[in-house]
Design a protein around this ligand. Sequence first.
Ligand SMILES: Cc1cc2nc3c(=O)[nH]c(=O)nc-3n(C[C@H](O)[C@H](O)[C@H](O)COP(=O)(O)OP(=O)(O)OC[C@H]3O[C@@H](n4cnc5c(N)ncnc54)[C@H](O)[C@@H]3O)c2cc1C
Length: 476
Amino acid sequence: MAEGEYYEYVVLGAGVSGLGFAKRVSERGKSVLVLEKEAVVGGLSRSIHYKGFYLDFCAHRFHTKNKALLDEILTLPGLEMHRHIKKSRNFMFGKYIKYPFEVQDLLRAMPLSLSIPAGFSFLWNMIAKRFKDKNKLRSFEDWFSYIYGYKLYEVMARNYTAKVWRHDPREISADWADQRLQGEDLVRLLQRIIKKIVTLDFRSYDLADDSLAPDGGPFYYPLRGIQEMPDALSRAAMGRGARILTSARVLRVDTENRIVFYEHEGRQVSAHYGELISTIPLHMYYRLQDRRDPAIEKHLAGLQYMDIIFVYLFLDVPRVSNDHWLYFPDQDIIFNRAVEFSNWSPEMCPKGKTSICFDITSFPQSPEWKMKDEALAERTIIDAARVGYIKKEHVIDSLVVRVTHAYPFYDLDYKEKLDSIVRFLETDHEHLLGRTGIFRYNNSDNSIEMGFELAEKLLAGNAASAHTYTVKQVSY
Ligand SMILES: Cc1cc2nc3c(=O)[nH]c(=O)nc-3n(C[C@H](O)[C@H](O)[C@H](O)COP(=O)(O)OP(=O)(O)OC[C@H]3O[C@@H](n4cnc5c(N)ncnc54)[C@H](O)[C@@H]3O)c2cc1C
C-alpha cells in the first residue's frame, strides 16, 4: 500500500454532481481528489463513441432556470453548446401527436368518447379539488387525478407511468410526480388547450415559449454528445488543481480514521480526507464504509434503483424524423422513448447516416434485462417499424448498452427508508450528494447545483447544515 496523501475533500464518483463540487472547492484553493470507477468522467451524463457515431444515454439536454448556473456552464472553456427548441411527439391512439398538445392533433387523434369525458372531468376537478387535502395525496395516481381529474389521468398518464416504472401508479409515491411534473404549469397548459378549443384557435404553439410545458422550451446541447459538458467541468476543476482519477476502484472507507483506500493503475493507494463526499449508489457506499447496522441494511434491501437498457440502431439514411424525443406509452411496444441524434447536432452521426436510442427501463428481475442483445435489437426494430417510425431495411447496425442505478424508484414508503439511511450514512465528515448519491430524481442542472451548494456549505464551515438535509428539505 502506497503512502497516504491528505486531501481536504475526497469525492467518490465523477458524475456532474461530484465534478461540480470539485470545481467549486478547487476554485477556492482547496485540495480535492475525485475517484471514478469508469474510464471516463460524466456518470449518467456521459457519451459513447461508436464507429463514428456519438451516443448519449438516451440524450441529455441541458436546461435550467438558474441563470448563474447557465452562464457558468455556457462559458466553460472548450465547451460549445448550441440552443435548441424541444420538439417531441407522443405515439397515442395509433398517431404521432405533437407535445405540447395541439388542438387539431388532439381532436384528430382522440376519440370523442374519450375527449369529452376527459374535458369534463378536468373542468369538474378544477372545482372539486378545492375541497380536497393535497397533503393526503399518497400515490402517483392520487396526485395526477387531483391535479387533472381521473379521466385525463387515465388517458394521459396511467399507461406510460406503469410502463416506465413497471409498477401500478398506485404503488408509486406522489413525490415522484411532485418533483418531476410541475402541476401548475401543466394545468396552465391544459387551460390553454381548452381555451383554444372553445375559441376554435387552430394556430400552432410558439415552441420557443418556455411556459408551454414544465420541461419544454429551449435547451442547450454540445456538438458531440453531452460528454463534452462533464469533460469541460473536469478540465476546469483540474485547471484549479483538483486531482480527478478515472478507472479508480474504491476498496474501503475507514470513517473512524478518515481514510479512503483505492486501487489505481495496478497500485493500492490510501488517501486521508477532511471531508468525504459520496455520489455513488447508497448500497455501494454502505458496503464500502465500515459501519454496520442491521436496521439500515433492512431499509437498503427495500430501496431500489431502476436500471435501463439502451438499444441503439444505426440507419443508412440522413434522418427519420425531426423530433428530439418520441414517447411510446403503449405497453406492447418494447421501448419507452426514442431519441434521434442527428436532430441534436449534425456532428453526432457520419454524413448521410442517423442513429436512434430506444430506452427500456427495467429491474434486474424484468424479462427484458435477461433478454440477449440480439433479441432486444430485433424486437426494437420490429416495434419501431410497426409504428411507422423506421424502415427495417435502413438498419445497418445495432448496439445494446445496459446501465444500472439509472433511476431512484420511489415506492410508497421510500421516504422513511431513505431518511434513516441518509441519517446513518451522513456524519460530521461524510456527506451524500447528487442524483445517485442521495437517491434524488434530479436532472443534471440540479445535480451540479447540489454540488455547488454542498461545496459552499462546507467551505463556510457549515458541516452541520450540509449533513442534515434530507430528501424533502433539498429544494430542487
Ligand atoms: C436515461 C436518462 C436520461 C436523462 N436525461 C437527462 C436530460 O435530458 N437532461 C438532464 O439534465 N438530466 C438528464 N438525466 C439526469 C442526469 O443524468 C443526472 O441528473 C446526472 O447525470 C446525475 O449526476 P450525479 O453526479 O448526481 O450522478 P451519477 O451520474 O450517477 O454519478 C455517479 C458517479 O459515481 C461513479 N461510481 C459509482 N460507483 C462507484 C465506485 N464504487 N467508485 C467510484 N465511482 C463510482 C459512477 O460511475 C458515476 O460516474 C437523465 C438520466 C437518465 C438516466
